[in-house]
Design a protein around this ligand. Structure first.
Ligand code: AMP
Length: 430
């Protein structure tokens, strides 16, 4: 095929009709479970001030440093296509005075995010997430509830082997001690890690633990673990979280090197996978989502101490996993009736009948582009409808319609104005 003049930009893709049914189904499941748990939807703009992410997500993160789509408006504002949801959700929470509402405030959203990444399987430049955020509650019970919701969504989507990898990365009290220990461990291993990590050693040493390069993973395997450096408060919080997991039978795996790529996390961080078992969770498959607690971010934006926790589920990856699993095959309602017509006048009249059937909520299909009755009946056969309505020249003159039972080939003529009622009766008797 000759190369097309225009294609989707690199790393971006169309969501075609065959995937839309999956997408709607995933969102329906995620929304119904979240609203059951008391979450309310907020939609934030796709563009935000770039500074919101620089300040919140952090200038030394890959997302802000390398992946943000930034632009200058005609008016001179510097905006960015949102690379993640949390900063915009926090801004919205503060801007609309939601800190004055009874806490916790539970919000959810979904939609496209943009990251200038190296495109590969499961990694796109326009990705989609379903996102939950809870503001105003510091207890580990809320972290556990969020994770429980995430697991429930994936289970409802019939994904097997759902496992939560979890860790605590402490807070501003204890993390500096860990950072120091980590830097001192990594100092004489500078040349054993990749060039990116050599740089990270100076800017964001925890990110070395996150690097997927084989040699960096080897260095990591002997590194000190944050869990040994947690202060009493963080230790109690983490212990309480794991107790909730045990109580709720949530399949988890403690991953002492899980850090996640964002600056604002405190205490709990987690990622969720499918096709694993808690005992065999070392697999490096693609995470279906992740999140964590960010008790300092609201204060950073708004001068108000508000603990918070959230997660983002990667819809593109969940969609591929659900499709691959092949257990769920969502489809649109199949037509019950086919409307065939012969001649221009019948075509015109059948348009009104089609609309009457729609108003009566009867799924109907047609083939207005086809003129021969044979071709239309063969289409009706393929669709597997039990009845076909035929409007030919005679029916146009008589104001009538022929109802054909597809199984037996039996036909009867009814008045045009009675057609919808007749069809309803027939379908009821099915
Ligand atoms: P993050 O916002 O980086 O914590 O990512 C949360 C989830 O979003 C990941 O676990 C993935 O499922 C999904 N995700 C992140 N980045 C991408 C991407 N570039 N393409 C597709 N999915 C992504």
């Amino acid at each position: 095929m000759a190369k097309l003049k225009f294609q989707t930009p690199t790393g971006m893709h169309d969501i075609l009709p065959e995937d839309q049914a999956y997408l709607r189904h995933i969102l329906k499941v995620a929304e119904s479970i979240s609203t059951f748990y008391g979450f309310q939807r907020v939609d934030t703009p796709i563009l935000e001030e770039a500074e919101l992410f620089e300040k919140g997500t952090g200038v030394s993160t890959d997302i802000v440093e390398k992946q943000m789509y930034t632009l200058k408006t005609r008016g001179g504002d510097i905006l960015a296509l949102r690379p993640e949801f949390t900063p915009g959700m926090v801004r919205s929470f503060l801007q609309h005075g939601m800190h004055n509402l009874p806490q916790p405030v539970k919000l959810y959203t979904s939609g496209p995010l943009f990251r200038y990444e190296r495109p590969q399987e499961g990694r796109y430049r326009q990705l989609h997430q379903f996102d939950l955020e809870v503001f105003g509650d510091q207890s580990a019970a809320i972290d556990a509830q969020l994770i429980q919701i995430f697991v429930a969504i994936l289970k409802e989507l019939k994904l097997p082997g759902v496992v939560v990898k979890v860790n605590s990365i402490g807070d501003s009290q204890c993390r500096p001690y860990y950072k120091k220990a980590l830097i001192s461990y990594l100092r004489n291993k500078q040349y054993a890690v990749c060039a990116d990590c050599r740089r990270r050693l100076k800017t964001n040493p925890l990110r070395v633990l996150d690097c997927k390069e084989e040699k960096c993973q080897q260095v990591r395997s002997q590194a000190p673990q944050m869990i040994d450096y947690l202060c009493q408060e963080c230790k109690d919080h983490f212990k309480s979280l794991l107790e909730f997991f045990d109580e709720a039978d949530l399949p988890y795996h403690l991953d002492p090197y899980l850090v996640r790529g964002l600056d604002y996390y405190t205490k709990t961080v987690f990622e969720v996978f499918a096709n694993l078992t808690p005992e065999n969770a070392e697999g490096v498959g693609l995470a279906l989502g992740g999140g964590g607690r960010y008790d300092g971010l609201v204060k950073l934006y708004g001068d108000r101490e508000t603990p918070a926790v959230g997660f983002g589920m990667g819809i593109d990856r969940v969609l591929s996993a659900v499709k691959r699993q092949g257990v769920i095959r969502p489809s649109s309602p199949s037509p019950k009736v086919f409307l065939a017509q012969l001649g221009e006048a019948a075509k015109k009249k059948s348009m009104k009948l089609f609309e009457d059937l729609r108003k009566a909520n009867i799924p109907v299909s047609e083939s207005l582009g086809r003129d021969s009755l044979r071709a239309q009946l063969s289409r009706a056969d393929k669709l597997g409808v039990p009845y076909t309505l035929i409007m030919g020249q005679r029916e146009v003159l008589d104001n009538s319609v022929v109802i054909r039972t597809m199984g037996s080939g039996a036909q009867k003529t009814v008045k045009l104005q009675d057609t919808v009622e007749e069809v309803k009766k027939l379908l009821k008797g099915e």
